[in-house]
Write a protein that binds this ligand. Structure first.
Ligand code: ADP
Ligand code: ZN
Length: 600
């Protein structure tokens, strides 16, 4: 294992292994199969990259996305590791060239798309070379129930049949038990060692706020907390993604859209900009994200409710892969609850599928309405035993909501639903409760109802939050025709009769979070430090451009930050900085020393 540590330091420039990396590397290098479950940003790549360098022959890495392969290769080439890709982005001539070099034993790692790997031709080709290991990245793509399903992945079991002595490693960041079981079955990993890491992402701060005006809230959030940062904004529909991107751009932010309805060229153009330029905001549907291993995404915002905690966690997990402070921020309101429930109801899927979808949605809603630490809820949902009750880095922990007895308000709302004939949506009901004589209220003679104006004492916003919670709690449901009309349920009867009290969350008087913000790197830079930081960033941008790679492939933000803080004055000291390996020292040491020495 000392050899592995040397490679970690010399090639990758990191001082120590993280979590289970060392154990996985030892197992795989020794020839054992394994399944690695690690959260996004946990450091999965090193788990096969280091064994690839330690074992004889070439490691064949199966990866579902071209962008992912391309980025991995670019990062490895920067470190002078002999890596290549084989996928449809190559011309036939380029591909033939890669194959020749493969046969000549000139690669340590080869990234291959599954459909190419599975061709008889390619299988025959690799039978002629020495193979160090097979790595199956994003292994959850074998799962037929997941949204990343790739049919070719199922056939990857052929690797074991054809090459039974070559060790295999399957990796995923999808945490739930069903997917885990499916991976093991479909890839024939019954005897493989399973390495499960904690799925906690302590640097991500989770916040779910009441939706009032989502665009304005989003803009405020970005301006107050993430000016000039890269981030992802998720929306449910293509149209909304486009409109939101357009609107943000109109507000002077560098925002772009990404969804499956755009042309391939436009999509890859936007993705390239997001990866390579600083501070780009991608407004996207869930079509965007898998394989985006940009480490310095500082926030992920949701303008619509995700369908499940799995989806939410995967999407938010794209923030802060570099371990630095990041935000997962979401706005959520009554319409989200209604819309998601209706989508399940109206879908043509099998009853069993609908049931599963409904169960997952309820868990997501419970997370939104929780009174206790969000992180603990998420981790327990994934079956992780957690010893502590509060994380100290989510909105609930930082600004605990209060439960209050809202039975009277809920009774008012329910009886208003009853008196208006159970045919109206929340907007109209709130008008009646607040005694607003709108045209519609007058048209239906609802000014004459006993419930007209009985809720004057609360602002509209408060009533919206109350209705949202009532629906989330199942005290009201919507009809299936889809007009959003609210109906009483079995459970509402007990409340109306006064047999059941209802506790609701107190409206949060959310103070500006930026005031409370204490980032991982809390001490602000001095003026001199700031000047050096800017200089290093400019140098990095220029160098990245020259090499045709994203900036973080040259150095991570965290490395630049350490350079500023530590201001190393010798090459030896420079080598000590995390992220500065031998190769990068050789390549960039002199240029860095000039900037660092000038500074002091
Ligand atoms: P994953 O694929 O699990 O999401 P990556 O393999 O992309 O994660 O690693 C996430 C980031 O953490 C990368 O930028 C990687 O360079 C960095 N990293 C991985 N292992 C270590 C380590 N032992 N020490 C420091 N940084 C590491
Ligand atoms: Zn918490």
């Amino acid at each position: 294992m000392s050899e592995a540590l040397t490679i970690l330091k010399e090639v990758f420039g990191y001082p120590a292994f993280r979590g289970q990396q060392a154990a996985v590397i030892e197992h795989l290098t020794g020839g054992g199969d394994c399944l690695v479950l690690m959260p996004t940003g946990g450091g999965k790549s090193l788990c096969y990259q280091i064994p690839a360098l330690l074992r004889d022959g070439v490691a064949i890495v199966v990866s579902p996305l071209i962008a992912l392969m391309q980025n991995q290769m670019a990062a490895l080439l920067e470190l002078d590791v002999r890596a290549a890709v084989l996928n449809s982005s190559l011309s036939p001539r380029e591909a033939a060239h890669v194959e020749q070099r493969l046969l000549a034993g000139e690669y340590d790692l080869l990234y291959v798309a599954p459909e190419r790997l599975l061709t008889a031709r390619f299988l025959a080709l690799i039978a002629r070379v020495r193979i160090a290991l097979f790595a199956i990245d994003e292994a959850h793509c074998v799962s037929q129930w997941g949204h990343d399903f790739r049919p070719e992945y199922i056939q990857l079991s052929v690797l074991h049949e054809r090459f039974p002595t070559i060790p295999r490693i399957a990796l995923t960041a999808t945490a739930d038990m069903d997917t885990r079981k499916e991976i093991i079955e479909r890839l024939g990993l019954e005897t493989a060692e399973i390495f499960v890491s904690s799925f906690d992402r302590p640097n991500i701060r989770y916040r779910i706020v009441d939706k009032t005006n989502s665009r304005a809230q989003l803009l405020h959030f970005i301006r107050a907390e993430h000016p000039n940062d890269a981030g992802i904004v998720y929306c449910l529909s293509r149209k909304k993604a486009e409109e939101t991107a357009f609107w943000l751009a109109g507000q002077g932010l560098r925002a772009m859209a990404y969804h499956a309805g755009m042309s391939l060229r436009e999509r890859s153009d936007h993705q390239e900009k997001f990866l390579r330029e600083d501070g780009v905001i991608m407004v996207a549907t869930i079509a965007f994200g898998m394989g985006i291993d940009k480490p310095d995404v500082r926030f992920v915002a949701h303008l619509d409710l995700p369908k499940s905690i799995e989806g939410y966690y995967q999407e938010t997990g794209r923030a802060g892969r570099d371990g630095q402070a990041a935000d997962a921020w979401m706005v959520y309101g009554l319409n989200d609850v209604i819309q998601q429930r209706r989508m399940i109801e109206e879908s043509e899927a099998h009853a069993r599928f609908k049931q599963t979808a409904a169960r997952k949605l309820e868990a997501m809603l419970a997370l939104c309405e929780t009174m206790t630490c969000r992180r603990m809820r998420i981790l327990r949902y994934f079956g992780e035993a957690t010893a502590i009750e509060a994380c100290g880095n989510c909105d609930i922990c930082l600004n605990p909501p209060r439960l209050h007895d809202a039975t009277v308000e809920v009774q008012k709302a329910l009886s208003c639903v009853y008196r208006t004939g159970q045919t109206f949506g929340a907007g109209h009901l709130i008008d009646v409760l607040r005694g607003s004589p709108t045209a519609r209220v007058r048209q239906w003679h609802h000014t004459r109802l006993s419930t007209f104006g009985i809720g004057k004492d609360l602002p509209e916003k408060a009533w919206r939050a109350i209705f949202r919670q009532i629906v989330a709690l199942g005290l009201l449901t919507t009809d299936s025709e889809g007009y959003g009309a609210l109906h009483l349920t079995e459970a509402s009867r007990a409340v109306l009769k006064g047999q059941r009290t209802v506790l609701l969350r107190e409206q949060l008087q959310s103070k500006s979070f930026s005031e409370r913000r204490q980032s991982v790197d809390s001490k602000p830079f001095s003026d001199d430090e700031l000047a050096l930081w800017e200089q290093l960033r400019a140098w990095r941008a220029k160098t990245a451009k020259e090499h045709g790679v994203p900036a973080y492939v040259i150095f991570h933000d965290s490395t630049l930050r350490e350079l500023v803080r530590l201001s190393p004055q010798t090459e030896e000291a420079l080598h000590q900085v995390a992220g500065v390996g031998t190769r990068k020292l050789e390549k960039y040491g002199e240029q860095l020393m000039v900037m660092l020495r000038n500074q002091s």
